[in-house]
Design a protein around this ligand. Structure first.
Ligand code: BDR
Ligand code: CA
Length: 338
């Protein structure tokens, strides 16, 4: 009997057992990760929500919203619209910071549409968000240990949470964030300015607090999210639209205008969710990162310390490589568009 159980575990560990096909592999052997998503939907945030909802490795405790791609009033409504479109209507959504800590809000309607959701005409939500994103983050992270936070917008809520309750630094499971352009690959340059990534550019003071907090965030930045091997192309919109699931059809609807205009779509925020779901898809490097808060062109730049004679402690784990096919396979499979 004992030997039989041992054998079963051995075959599970060596990935030979048929039960491993039920999910994408790692879920059966690891505990489900409790997560809070902090975001500014946003067309790629919307895809991140759909991917997270369809990842059995994650238990979503709640979603907190922030101003970024559009004002928080819209990012909050958009979160609810996406959840209701794909059957996640019971996940609590908490509205967060209206504006960055210090600077004026910069938005990106020119990318995400006037409504922030690709102007796809998704129905208005039937419920309201709750107030108090920072309170929810603080209370949850203080009452539950090892919760992972996946942040895919400006870091305003996260910085406020860390500043208000410093003990969270040691209680947090992991902070995975979509943000930064680190120059570690040919794609690691800016998108909001020539050198700054949008999420960090919108609230660099918040990002500085987070990077200097000691939580060692895992950064999924432009270095890998803008690699053309990981982006959706025109034909992928049809693939999603013709799939039989609400998830894939909703995704197609949201990204259609963007892809028609630009010919591709970068999966920034879904990739941050993928890093929480399956870290083995990624290669990373520990670095010391400085966040620049000044200058029209440089605000939000994330600079790596490269001088060998400067004694600096690494404060950030940066993704430098993702397996493009495995990532895209996970994305399509989980949306039901294999
Ligand atoms: C990031 O900026 C936003 O526009 C996207 O939603 C993503 O989080 C990419 O730089
Ligand atoms: Ca985002």
């Amino acid at each position: 009997m004992e030997a039989g159980v041992d054998k079963l575990f051995e075959s599970l560990r060596s990935w030979e057992h048929p039960a491993m096909n039920l999910f994408s592999g790692e879920a059966l052997l690891e505990d489900v990760v409790k997560v809070i998503l902090d975001m500014d939907p946003g067309i790629d945030d919307a895809l991140a929500i759909i991917l997270a909802l369809n990842s059995p490795e994650l238990e979503i405790l709640g979603i907190t919203t922030v101003s970024g791609n559009v004002h928080v009033e819209k990012t909050s409504a958009n979160t609810l619209r996406v959840l209701e479109a794909v059957g996640g209507g019971d996940i609590p959504v908490y509205r967060g910071a209206e504006r960055p800590l210090v600077k004026d809000l910069v938005t990106a309607e020119w990318v995400h549409g006037e409504d922030g959701l690709g102007d796809a005409g998704l129905p208005k939500p039937s419920r309201q968000t709750r107030d108090g994103a920072v309170k929810f983050l603080t209370e949850t992270l203080m009452s539950e240990k090892d919760v992972t936070v996946v942040a895919t917008g400006p870091l305003t809520n996260i910085a406020l949470t860390l500043a208000l309750e410093p003990e969270i630094r040691s209680r947090l499971g992991r902070l995975v964030l979509m943000g930064g352009a680190f120059g570690l690959t040919p794609y690691g340059h800016g998108n909001a300015t020539p050198v700054s990534e949008f999420n960090i550019h919108v609230d660099p003071e918040a990002a500085k607090i987070v990077f200097e907090s000691g939580v060692n965030p895992l950064c999924v930045g432009l270095d890998i999210t803008t690699d053309p091997a990981t982006t959706l192309k025109r034909e992928d919109v049809e693939r999603l639209a013709s799939a039989g699931t609400a998830e894939a059809r909703t995704a197609a609807r949201i990204i259609r205008k963007f892809v028609e205009r630009f010919g591709f779509m970068q999966l920034h925020d879904p990739m941050a969710v993928a890093a929480a779901v399956k870290p083995s898809l990624f290669k990373t490097s520990m670095q010391h990162v400085y966040v620049v808060c000044e200058g029209d062109l440089t605000r939000g730049q994330t600079i790596i310390e490269r001088r060998f004679w400067v004694q600096s402690q690494p404060n950030t784990e940066i993704c430098t490589k993702v397996q493009p096919q495995d990532f895209l396979k996970m994305f399509f499979e989980r949306l039901g568009a294999e």
